[in-house]
Design a protein around this ligand. Structure first.
Ligand code: PMP
Length: 382
């Protein structure tokens, strides 16, 4: 029998069979009526998931594509941007802004810390910025930032707020309009339960008015917005991926976003409780905000690379390593999107087996039991 594979990384994430089936449907012409039906429905569903009345623009790109799009559309050469960074993806904002010739003012925290809106407000009072770039779920550490207060601080400081919601959209609450977030960028391959390859960005009127002069073509928001307005596409869309995303968004919205948020809280809780029951130490916060990724400190004397290889080769389980300065120090379990508690218990059971084999002092059998108990508790305890 072919070995069964389990994908527990924070992206790409598992894709439901009906979404995969939709991506395998025969090709449609992107300017024909059949595609338009799918396109219109998908764009409408995206607005619901982003919780915005503004347009959500769709690009064939990975999430980083729409991060870059935010900078090339909002900034002019030399503009100062404030980057709130506490991990690999905050650093990515800084790298893109630097590459494009912006002046980068980093509001930097240790990896794993939670950024504070008060710090942002003080920084902007000290030094104005055109744009504030932030990350809702810092996938490299498991921290979910308080975007609501950070965006409010950015707005009060006179800056356009831009939120990377690549790993958080559809997993934790994000009220784009309700919290006056100007720009939200995301990707298809995480909580939206779709294959990688589609990048999404919502753009407020304020962000449209803030147009800068950096050069752009494919990622020019206005070109794509005008095309989408008449259900046309500026360029050939990734037709099959859009068909898949349409089905995935339908699944998400039919069950309800609130149900998805609640499930992610309980999955995070199950994962953390299981990890602790095994005797391991968490790196990500031990509270219900950490609903996207659980980051775990490597037990003393166990090699992180070897652990992940064993998990994959022996048990078909893929987890994610630490990134940047956390490489070798932590491993990460994603519980985003098409996930249930048995995915969590499978991950925990495999970790337990491999660690016991590596001679680590782990409590056998406790993790799954505790995870199931924690999952059963209603998320309202939050
Ligand atoms: N931001 C965050 C928070 C992410 O988790 C990721 C992907 N891991 C990205 C940005 C980059 O997305 P992509 O790899 O799709 O370019």
């Amino acid at each position: 029998m072919t070995e069964k594979r389990y994908l527990f990384t924070p992206g790409p994430t598992p894709v439901p069979p009906e979404v995969l089936a939709a991506t395998a449907e025969p090709m449609l012409h992107h300017r024909g009526p059949d595609f338009r039906i799918v396109y219109e429905r998908t764009l409408g569903r995206l607005k619901e998931v982003f919780r915005t009345e503004n347009d959500v623009l769709l690009f064939a790109a990975s999430g980083t594509g729409t991060m870059e799009s935010a900078l090339v559309n909002l900034c002019s050469p030399g503009d100062r941007v404030c980057v709130v960074t506490a991990g690999a993806f905050g650093e990515r904002w800084a790298a893109i802004a630097g590459a494009l010739g912006c002046e980068v003012d980093r509001l930097a925290y240790d990896w794993g810390d939670s950024p504070s809106a008060d710090d942002l407000a003080s920084r902007l009072a000290e030094r104005e910025a055109r744009v504030v770039l932030m990350t809702q779920s810092e996938t490299s550490t498991g921290v979910v930032a308080d975007v609501r207060s950070l965006a409010a601080a950015a707005g009060q400081g006179g800056a356009v707020s831009v939120v990377d919601a690549v790993s958080s959209l559809g997993a934790v609450p994000l009220e784009t309009d309700g919290w006056s977030v100007d720009v939200v960028v995301s990707g298809s391959q995480k909580a939206l339960m779709s294959p990688p390859g589609l990048a999404l960005v919502s753009v407020s009127q304020r962000a449209r008015d803030a147009r800068g002069t950096l050069p752009r073509f494919y990622f020019d928001w206005e070109r794509t917005r005008k095309a989408q307005e008449i259900l046309d596409a500026a360029f050939t869309p990734a037709v099959s991926l859009v068909r898949g995303l349409d089905v995935a968004l339908g699944l998400l919205l039919d069950a309800g976003l609130e149900a998805a948020f609640e499930r992610h809280v309980r999955l995070g809780r199950a994962c953390r409780e299981g990890i602790k029951a095994m005797g391991l130490e968490l790196f990500s916060p031990d509270d219900d905000s950490a609903a996207v990724v659980t980051a775990v400190r490597m037990p003393e004397g166990v090699d992180a690379g070897a652990l992940l290889l064993l998990l994959r080769d022996r048990h078909g389980v893929t987890l994610a390593p630490g990134q940047g300065p956390l490489k070798g120090k932590i491993f990460r379990i994603g519980h985003i999107g098409y996930f249930d508690v048995f995915d969590v218990t499978t991950a925990l059971a495999a970790i337990e087996l491999v660690l016991a084999e590596a001679g680590a002092d782990v409590e056998r059998g406790a993790a799954s039991t505790r995870a199931l108990e924690a999952y059963a508790e209603p998320a309202a305890r939050v």
